[in-house]
Ligand binder design. Structure first.
Ligand SMILES: [Zn+2]
Length: 328
């Protein structure tokens, strides 16, 4: 009897260990090497609202992809110091959203130059400082900086691609069109076949359509699919191969088609989205339910924001303007 309990105990320990290992693999906050000199830090979106960061080692310096929120910036800064003693020279904002760019002052103070496609600075002019001031009320890491507005990227480029190159590596920064925001930047390492997508391509139900051009989004992803990709490093969700590009394309294309069909059938917004019932998702109040259904093959992208995606797509189609151009 005692022996049996002991054996059961061993199984219980092994069982929980296996569970722990699985969780650790998917756990935010971990840093893993993708190829020699390129590391991926998975941000804690659920708990901290953080985005992912990528650290790229050049001959004499480091490049970090995305500034994150200030608290995420500090964690990514510590991760960069752990993997290399080279200085961080550039931090690339893939777009203007707080979880990707509000950490800019932290990197500037650390001696880095924040870099972005010019569209990122323009988006900040369009939407800020209102969003910063609203965020500072709810987020300690933003509030404690005591700034009235976000810090724009210190260096911008308007010709895509902008290229950083030395004897060891080439890193290309691209603008491929308006998808998630008007400033969407991609980072491509041609030799290593690594593509960092920001939030133009996410691996999971993390799409956010408020500032988007939903109708143009699939076109941008198609353009990104022309890159030879072995490692896809998204703004949110885990790393993957190029298959996530096709999934993101399908999700955006099918979402748009489903809503377009409903509009053609002269359905009203309230026929397809329950606009009366809302819930909070990562600090955003969004409609809770929709009658629109998408096929199984894109279920990885269907989550708590889905009814908001349907609403934003409906508004974009019926008002004949990209959602980002509508008052919101
Ligand atoms: Zn975003």
């Amino acid at each position: 009897m005692t022996k049996r309990i002991w054996i059961l105990g061993i199984f219980a320990v092994l069982g929980s260990l296996a569970l722990w290992i699985t969780r650790t693999d998917a756990q935010p906050g971990t840093v893993k090497q993708i190829v020699p000199g390129v590391w991926f830090r998975e941000g804690d979106l659920e708990g901290m609202g953080h985005c992912n960061n990528i650290i790229i080692e050049m001959k004499d310096y480091l490049i970090v992809v995305d500034a994150n929120f200030p608290s995420g910036a500090r964690l990514a800064l510590a991760a960069a110091k752990q993997v290399s003693n080279k200085p961080i020279k550039y931090v690339f904002d893939t777009h203007h959203h707080g979880d990707h760019a509000y950490g800019n002052p932290i990197w500037t103070q650390a001696g880095a130059t924040t870099l972005a496609y010019k569209g990122v600075a323009e988006e900040m002019k369009r939407y800020e400082p209102a969003r910063w001031q609203a965020t500072a009320k709810g987020r300690e890491d933003v509030g404690e900086l005591h700034l009235d507005a976000p810090e724009p990227p210190k260096q911008t480029f308007d010709k895509s691609p902008f290229i950083l190159k030395d004897d060891t590596r080439e890193v290309r920064f691209y603008y491929l069109g308006w998808a998630h925001t008007r400033g969407d930047g991609f980072v491509y390492l041609p030799k290593e076949k690594v593509l960092c997508t920001g939030d133009a391509v996410v691996n999971g139900p993390y799409n956010f359509t408020a500032d988007a051009n939903i109708g143009n989004w699939p076109t941008v992803v198609r353009t990104a699919q022309k890159f030879d990709v072995q490692h896809l490093l998204p703004g949110h969700g885990g790393t993957s191969g190029k298959e996530v590009l096709e999934g993101q394309y399908q999700y955006m294309a099918l979402l748009h088609k489903a809503v377009e069909d409903a509009v053609k059938q002269e359905k009203k917004l309230t026929d397809i989205v329950d606009t009366g019932t809302t819930k909070m998702v990562y600090g955003n109040q969004v409609p809770a339910t929709t009658s629109i259904k998408l096929p199984e093959n894109v279920k990885n992208w269907v989550g708590p924001f889905f009814a908001a995606h349907v609403r934003d797509t409906y508004d974009e189609i019926t008002q004949k303007k990209p959602h980002g151009d509508l008052p919101h």
